[in-house]
Design a protein around this ligand. Structure first.
Ligand code: 3H9
Length: 690
């Protein structure tokens, strides 16, 4: 055994305890320890059965992700642990609590029985790391839960609550004192001579046609992600191959995914998310209980819901009774939908609604610990609100703005003690989207910053700290991304071709489909506001602006007509005609733009802007930029975010593309000095992720 695993005696039952905080991950020493403990249990005549359990806050939450980058050859594998349990002549029952995930559930399934606490969850989330369950999970789960349930669990990576796990047959019993229950069960099994092994069971009868249809649905939804597709195939092996043959295939598929770029990117993202949420300052967060929201439009209402969901008391302030009624209507509509879809109980709905109060005067926020302003994006109007808040709130109340690009230092000037002002940039819908940019103006105190991070975590958001600049991290990256796409239009690509290229890259939605959904008039106004100074020598002319304008004054909503109206081909033709007309008017000869060129230019433009953001200190590290783009902007998680994708593509190539773009587009497209330095020094952005 090892320091991390011990064998305790509970009468004639040996209890193997894994003690490897924080989540009892199956690192090499743990695997070796469990194998040794199973050996001792088997050999000890005083022990009739065993229990596999954990100290701390959870049963094993999976393999140790940190070991995947450099696996040690010859070390005991998780499959070796499962094999030791399979060969153990005495029954071993797993005592599950907390989050039994990945390799943790695989080892539990190799035990002869499983009991779980009522609040426990199980799951095989490997696909979220670009992997498949590599220690028999794709083979044992279909035998326990059936083909359809196993396929769904493995390809979604979903956490399954205890009651559902029991109904599916993944666990045998639920109980509060899970250790006592497991000891009892193990002893009873020993007495009866039962030694059931999941590997020996047949997969329960299933509907093959329905299974194939479900596999096809997984393939369709994958949008470039390999892991769910391979994992679905592996579940299929359980239905057709002998256990050991299928296990060997599963192992090979796991190794191939582990060594691939997609899993590397998703593992990077896992670590990046946790790093971004850590406080960069030593200060202790202040307690926050009473919160206020100023403005009850879409954002304000969503923020109030997010706060109420997390248990905060909320006072929402609007300018008039009718505006209050509208805000209340928006909030109630959110909860009504959640109840209708079964995601929320009626009791919980009432409890959350009861946490939200309404007022028409800012004075109602006198007792608030935190106020979030979410009115229109107008600097003067926001300054008025901050000035008024400064007068009515406690001096230590934190004042936050939900602005998506305005200068928060200027807002702080309106407050008598500016060290309590910062940005909390939520994404729409605010109660759903996980990303929260915490914008750190010059004078904000460490305690206020630490409090904002703590609130973000309590809201179950993904917080990322950003500095003040136009658009912070996310919208500033988005602006460059949009501009380079517009240039592709001007090169001769059609909007739906640009969308298709980026969706092929893995983006959730192309930029023109997004603009169309947002309402083209908004997209157009934003574009005008952000229009860069074009180099007069550039051959580019604003065809994109012209197109937007045409859409705005036409009867349809925007460029994305082609997507939302019936008869896509006719609409493609209509857009093509518009572009032809605009090009001809400007004497431009359109030429086809290959998707690969669009992808490469978008990537280069984003990495380059990311490098500028880093050099200015707007992001603390490259991986924070990745987290923002993946969680707020539909960047494919399996690419790890633009900075990781840049590393993966090779920074020298990115720089070369940037030089080309600069030569063509001029001012505003200079290669970033940091990018040039990274290439000169042969480094990658990952080396800056600390
Ligand atoms: C797998 O099992 C492959 C198998 O098929 C085997 C094949 C051979 N490893 O998230 P938190 C760290 S793949 C290493 O903040 P929470 C984490 O980095 C794995 N470290 O806490 C953090 O460290 P730090 C399948 C891990 O309470 C600390 O623990 N399993 C691992 O919000 C706390 O984490 C998964 O994918 C790990 N596996 O959430 C589960 N897990 O304090 C991944 C966590 O230094 N883990 N850490 O920042 C999770 O989903 C969440 O961590 C969990 C706890 C729900 C468990």
């Amino acid at each position: 055994m090892t320091d991390l695993v011990r064998l305790e005696r509970h009468g004639d039952v040996g209890v193997i305890v894994i003690d490897h905080p924080p989540v009892n991950a199956l690192s090499i020493a743990v695997r070796e320890g469990v194998i040794a403990a199973v050996g001792l249990l088997a050999a000890d005549p005083g022990l009739v059965a065993g229990v596999l359990s954990c100290a701390g806050r959870t049963f094993v939450a999976g393999a140790d992700i940190r070991e995947f980058n450099a696996p040690r050859a010859g070390a005991a594998s998780t499959n070796d642990v499962c094999r030791a349990l399979d060969h153990c002549p005495k029954p071993v029952v797993a005592a599950l609590f907390g989050t039994t995930l990945g390799g943790g559930l695989e080892v539990a399934m190799a035990c002869h029985g499983r009991v779980i606490t009522p609040g426990g969850v199980v799951g095989l989330p490997e696909v979220k790391l670009g992997l498949l369950p590599g220690a028999g999970g794709t083979q044992r789960l279909p035998r326990l839960a059936g083909a359809a349930a196993a396929l769904e669990m493995i390809t979604s990576g979903r956490h399954v609550p205890a009651a559902e796990a029991l109904a599916l047959g993944v666990v045998d019993e639920i109980g509060t004192d899970v250790l006592a229950l497991a000891v009892e069960r193990a002893r009873a099994m020993a007495r009866s001579g039962a030694l059931p092994r999941a590997r020996d069971r047949a997969v329960p009868d299933f509907d093959r046609a329905a299974f194939e249809t479900a596999v096809q649905a997984v393939q369709r939804r994958a949008r470039g992600a390999q892991a769910p597709v391979v994992a679905a195939e592996a579940v299929g092996w359980a239905l057709d191959l002998a256990f050991d043959d299928a296990l060997a295939r599963e192992g090979a598929a796991f190794q191939s995914l582990r060594a691939g770029a997609q899993s590397r990117a998703l593992r990077h993202l896992f670590m990046a998310e946790r790093l971004a949420a850590k406080s960069p300052v030593a200060a202790e967060p202040w307690p926050v209980a009473q919160t206020g929201v100023v403005g009850g439009g879409t954002m304000g209402a969503g923020i109030a819901v997010a706060l109420a969901d997390a248990g905060f008391a909320v006072t929402l302030v609007e300018v008039s009774e009718p505006a209050v009624a509208a805000a209340r209507g928006r909030i109630e509509a959110v909860y009504t939908r959640q109840v209708a879809s079964g995601r929320l109980s009626g009791t919980e709905q009432q409890a959350r609604l009861a946490r939200i109060g309404y007022a028409t005067e800012l004075a109602a926020l006198a007792g608030a610990d935190l106020v979030i302003e979410a009115i229109i994006e107008d600097l003067a109007a926001k300054q008025d609100v901050f000035r008024a808040l400064s007068a009515v709130t406690r001096r230590d109340a934190i004042l936050a703005s939900n602005t998506s690009y305005l200068d928060i230092d200027v807002l702080a000037d309106a407050v008598d003690n500016p060290e309590r002002v910062l940005g909390l940039h939520f994404f729409s819908p605010a109660h759903v989207m996980r990303l929260l940019e915490i914008v750190r103006p010059r004078r904000v105190s460490d305690a206020v910053l630490a409090t904002a991070l703590a609130v973000g975590r309590r809201l179950r958001k993904q917080p990322v700290i950003a500095g003040v600049c136009d658009g912070f991290i996310g919208n500033r990256m988005l602006a460059k991304w949009r501009q380079i796409c517009d240039f592709a239009l001007e090169d001769g690509a059609l909007p739906h071709e640009v969308d298709a290229a980026l969706e092929g890259f893995g983006m959730a939605m192309g930029p023109y489909a997004v603009a169309d959904m947002a309402g083209l008039d908004i997209g157009w106004a934003m574009r005008k506001r952000r229009a860069p100074e074009r180099d007069p020598a550039s051959r580019y002319v604003p065809i994109a602006d012209w197109l937007c304008e045409a859409g705005r004054f036409g009867q349809k909503t925007g460029l994305g007509w082609y997507r939302h109206e019936g008869g896509k081909r006719e609409i493609d033709q209509a857009v093509t005609a518009l572009v032809e007309q605009a090009s001809a008017a400007r004497g431009i000869v359109r030429r086809a733009v290959p998707a690969a060129r669009i992808e490469a230019r978008v990537l280069a433009a984003m990495v380059n802007e990311g490098a500028k953001i880093l050099a200015e200190g707007v992001a603390l590290r490259p991986s924070d930029i990745d987290v923002v783009l993946v969680h707020g902007y539909g960047y494919p998680a399996w690419r790890g975010g633009p900075m990781q994708a840049g590393d993966e593509a090779g920074l020298a190539g990115i720089l070369a593309t940037m030089r080309e773009i600069h030569a063509e587009c001029g001012v505003g497209w200079e290669p970033a000095a940091l990018l040039e330095r990274m290439v000169a020094e042969g480094r990658d952005f990952a080396s800056l992720n600390v």
